[in-house]
Design a protein around this ligand. Structure first.
Ligand code: SAM
Length: 209
């Protein structure tokens, strides 16, 4: 089945793991692609709501998958070595990560917005970013690979990304961000203007582009 570049990319990142938990699975497309490509052995598809989980059940019926209604990690009992949380807002992913297991597993996180908020949360809550990727699909998507561990990020890293800031393709993203800041600046309130000014300065002064 043809899927978006974002879904294909997320599925690629499951390569080499045994059991992959997909939180907020919706249609189950990430797991479906991961199985189709032969990347994983087992899946746990979970969602907060029944309707999307039924849709995942339908798409994943030929694969070894457990289906669980769960708010984030809360009702997940089975062991997994990779958790994917993608296609949601940054604040929701932060809330879900507050209940992440203590074991040494890997997380693939992709928020649809405000990746800087997610990075700052990870930094303050005992997670380190081990890799970052930029996916250009309909929009730009930033995908984080995360583990538990000590993080050494600065304020600049929250915005630019500690690893993205060294990857040449990030210039496309930074320029897009500057355009977006210009577009929303005039209608922003004073507090937001202050934040936008800080972000603009960091995007402009990056050492990469
Ligand atoms: C926009 S879809 C993203 C689907 C897929 N992960 C992707 O990347 O395309 C978001 C899904 O997350 C689910 N969701 C929202 N809050 C959740 C939570 N606290 N725990 C688990 N799933 C949640 C929604 O029901 C919805 O199916």
């Amino acid at each position: 089945m043809v899927r978006s570049k974002r879904i294909l990319f997320l599925a690629e990142l499951t390569k080499g793991y045994n059991t992959v938990l997909d939180i907020g699975t919706d249609h189950g497309f990430v797991l479906e692609k991961a199985f189709e490509m032969g990347y994983i052995k087992k899946g746990i598809a979970s969602d907060l709501r029944e309707k999307p989980l039924k849709s995942a059940e339908n798409n994943l019926k030929n694969y070894p998958v457990t289906f669980v209604i769960s708010d984030g990690f809360l009702a997940i009992k089975e062991h997994f070595d990779l958790a994917v949380i993608a296609g949601m807002g940054a604040y929701l992913i932060c809330d879900i990560m507050k209940h992440a297991p203590k074991e040494d597993i890997t997380y693939i996180l992709q928020s649809n917005d405000k990746t800087e908020i997610l990075r700052e949360f990870l930094h303050n809550n005992g997670f380190m970013i081990t890799n970052e990727y930029l996916v250009k699909d309909k929009f730009f998507y930033v995908v984080l690979e995360v583990k538990r561990g000590k993080s050494l990020m600065s304020q600049e890293d929250f915005i630019l990304g500690p690893i993205l800031k060294m990857k040449p393709e990030s210039c496309l993203l930074y320029n897009k961000k500057l355009e977006q800041i210009d577009k929303i600046y005039e209608s922003a309130d004073e507090k937001r203007k202050e934040e936008l000014n800080k972000m603009r300065k960091i995007y402009k002064n990056n050492e990469l582009c």
